[in-house]
Design a protein around this ligand. Sequence first.
Ligand SMILES: *[C@@H]1O[C@H](CO)[C@@H](O)[C@H](O)[C@H]1NC(C)=O
Ligand SMILES: *[C@@H]1O[C@H](CO)[C@@H](O)[C@H](O)[C@H]1NC(C)=O
Ligand SMILES: *[C@@H]1O[C@H](CO)[C@@H](O)[C@H](O)[C@H]1NC(C)=O
Ligand SMILES: *[C@@H]1O[C@H](CO)[C@@H](O)[C@H](O)[C@H]1NC(C)=O
Ligand SMILES: *[C@@H]1O[C@H](CO)[C@@H](O)[C@H](O)[C@H]1NC(C)=O
Ligand SMILES: *[C@@H]1O[C@H](CO)[C@@H](O)[C@H](O)[C@H]1NC(C)=O
Ligand SMILES: *[C@@H]1O[C@H](CO)[C@@H](O)[C@H](O)[C@H]1NC(C)=O
Ligand SMILES: CC(=O)N[C@H]1CO[C@H](CO)[C@@H](O)[C@@H]1O
Length: 667
Amino acid sequence: MVVIPRGCQGRKVFFRGVGVVLLMSLIALYISSLVLKDAATINLRPHLPIICEDGFGSAFENCSYLVSSPKCQIPNLDPFDKSIRKFVTPGKPIVCSTKPLLTYVTTVPAGEQKYLLKINATAMADYGVEPERFNCCYSVINRINVPAGKKHNGNADNLYSVSGCSNFTTEVGLNSEEEFVLVRCLQATGSGTQKEVYKNTHAVVPIKPDVELKLNKTSSERRSMEEKRLSVLVLGFDSVSRLNLLRTMPKTVNYLRRKGWLEMFGYNKVGDNTLPNLAALLTGLRLDQLSKQCWMSRDTSFDNCPFIWREYSNLGYVTAYAEDEPTLSTFNYHKAGFVNPPTDYYIRPFLLASKEKLPVKKRYGLQVCLGPTPTSEHIFQYTLDFATVFKNTPYFMMSWMNNFSHNNNAIPAPMDDRVVTFFHQLKETGAFNTTFIIFLSDHGMRWGKIRNSAIGWYEERLPFIYVWVPEWFRQKHPDTYNALKTNRDRLTSPFDMHLTLREIVRLSRNDSTSGIVDESPACPKCVSLSSEVSDDRACEDAGITADWCTCNEYRSVSIKGKEPEAIALHALSEINAKLKKAGKVAMSCAELTLKQVIELKQQVLRDAHEYFVVIFETLPGGARFEATVLRSKRTYQLKGDISRINTYGNQSGCVDDSVLKLYCYCI
Ligand SMILES: *[C@@H]1O[C@H](CO)[C@@H](O)[C@H](O)[C@H]1NC(C)=O
Ligand SMILES: *[C@@H]1O[C@H](CO)[C@@H](O)[C@H](O)[C@H]1NC(C)=O
Ligand SMILES: *[C@@H]1O[C@H](CO)[C@@H](O)[C@H](O)[C@H]1NC(C)=O
Ligand SMILES: *[C@@H]1O[C@H](CO)[C@@H](O)[C@H](O)[C@H]1NC(C)=O
Ligand SMILES: *[C@@H]1O[C@H](CO)[C@@H](O)[C@H](O)[C@H]1NC(C)=O
Ligand SMILES: *[C@@H]1O[C@H](CO)[C@@H](O)[C@H](O)[C@H]1NC(C)=O
Ligand SMILES: *[C@@H]1O[C@H](CO)[C@@H](O)[C@H](O)[C@H]1NC(C)=O
Ligand SMILES: CC(=O)N[C@H]1CO[C@H](CO)[C@@H](O)[C@@H]1O
């Protein structure tokens, strides 16, 4: 019998093996639901009965909800709802090069961790080159590190050097300090000049001297530890909601479910964009706390922030952070990044050099190709290399990809295959035996047409997240594993996940503090997901502010009369105040006026609070905003951030602050 696991309801023709009978009955139900559905309102409640199985044989309590508890009900929405189906357009695959690569890297066969850079002789024909009039050379790309104590101007994370180009024939060995190379191949022309026929970059993971030193220091310690240590891999795709993963990556979802990954159904974002959500996961802090503690201003680097990878590093773990799109990346987009490399392995200089030295192909404003190689392919390969090299050493790796998902709902179908293949390759490295893996996104689409739909509001707030726990760990710590399973349909947040990562540090340390429960400064009631999350949890218990909370249902109310406008004007006054407060920095920003209220939604009351979500447009520029406002005794109070739900495009070019950009119309 085929069960459709929860969340996989509806017309999932993608999932192979769905029986014809089942399919027929679903179609029948679908037709009847169309008849029953009130055309004017979007039915937020799922209209199809869902076969309530999680893929592990245990049924959920109430399948109409992802989370169903006294203080929180998150509806289990249909990813193919009529209102949302039009946003499912198949993305076109990207072809970076039709020719095979002329050069590649491989490890020395003897098993020693050394790399060779090689020319693929059979591929020469594809480039129409003759061996005797052809030569290749390679340059080494290095990060330029600002000497300790020296002042820097906020540009330290963008500095790299490219060495002179050394000729090589057929192959050349790379030494343990050569991580990134730029290769050029030239063909002599008849007139005696040389024509470039090929240019590419390669990243490898050698055991660098400082890493070897670290391993030497901890190896004796490690040997005496009878307890195995969990490695950690945080693998993320930017801006993919749980429903969008179901729509666009059915093969990946199917793979994860079949292999026993745990999906956290009630994982709710805690901030607008990537930074607050990843900061919550990696530091356990809210942005305002980060600003107080370690990130004082736009020009302050993140070096002194308490990233969890530092704790892993102190324990002897080898650490890595790899994010594509070096301009857009989380800690660099209108920010100063890191003055010192944050982790032992840091791919940024490689991507910067690739972007500047290779022809770049863009789609949806993102660099999808770096020369002949797709940008995300570099991150996949780097992750696999890292997991292979350190298969017998505890590691912490953070890999984050923006290229194929950030600006677009339609992930190209070939990407789905690539991700499944990636998981197969990752299994080959042995990572599934050693590594706690979190596969997640930070939030869903934050702007664009999809955000004008009611489901889009949920999607923005509910990213996908799956967790992998190695088999030996499940057996050794059954309580932990069972708690994780239970927590799948509880309300959870990145702050809980942060505490979970801390818990793994504590387990690895095996010191007497194990058993002491860590507390998150941003969320005192958050817990490690290795223990059961309270069923009686409200958003504030999970560090989720009212504007991001999906626990409560909102219903559209009339926008006629004075009140809708008053609510919108209240939110607008906060925007203008924010711009004013920024002073000189936002000097060229227009004061915004209300064009129109688009929609007003009111929380379906469960207690005395009266929460509204208002969507309105402003002039000049036609920005569309969404704000959560609390009414009490005829006064209004803005709750949390105001979202910009259409793109600001080039309207905000006069400010260089990622928050002000949302609000500023330059004059
Ligand atoms: C699920 O919850 C809804 C709303 O609380 C309720 O109406 C429905 O009866 C529940 N279904 C089951 C199977 O418990
Ligand atoms: C070398 O190029 C050929 C095509 O000319 C390709 O089939 C082969 O896979 C390439 N080998 C490597 C190691 O990349
Ligand atoms: C590299 O090879 C090219 C072509 O054979 C030659 O012109 C150039 O001088 C060589 N460079 C070095 C540094 O040997
Ligand atoms: C690490 O230990 C190995 C084996 O004992 C030794 O050969 C090597 O020099 C050490 N490396 C460093 C960087 O200390
Ligand atoms: C961890 O600590 C406990 C209690 O202190 C001890 O019995 C055990 O041997 C330790 N395990 C390792 C792997 O050091
Ligand atoms: C993972 O562990 C299993 C069971 O111990 C073993 O059979 C398998 O070969 C391991 N896989 C890898 C890639 O090391
Ligand atoms: C901004 O973008 C719009 C639409 O894409 C374009 O028409 C306009 O020329 C751009 N303005 C500037 C100053 O680049
Ligand atoms: C949106 C987009 O085009 N994304 C591309 C990101 O890179 C992958 C390859 O790794 C391409 O297949 C995607 O098309």
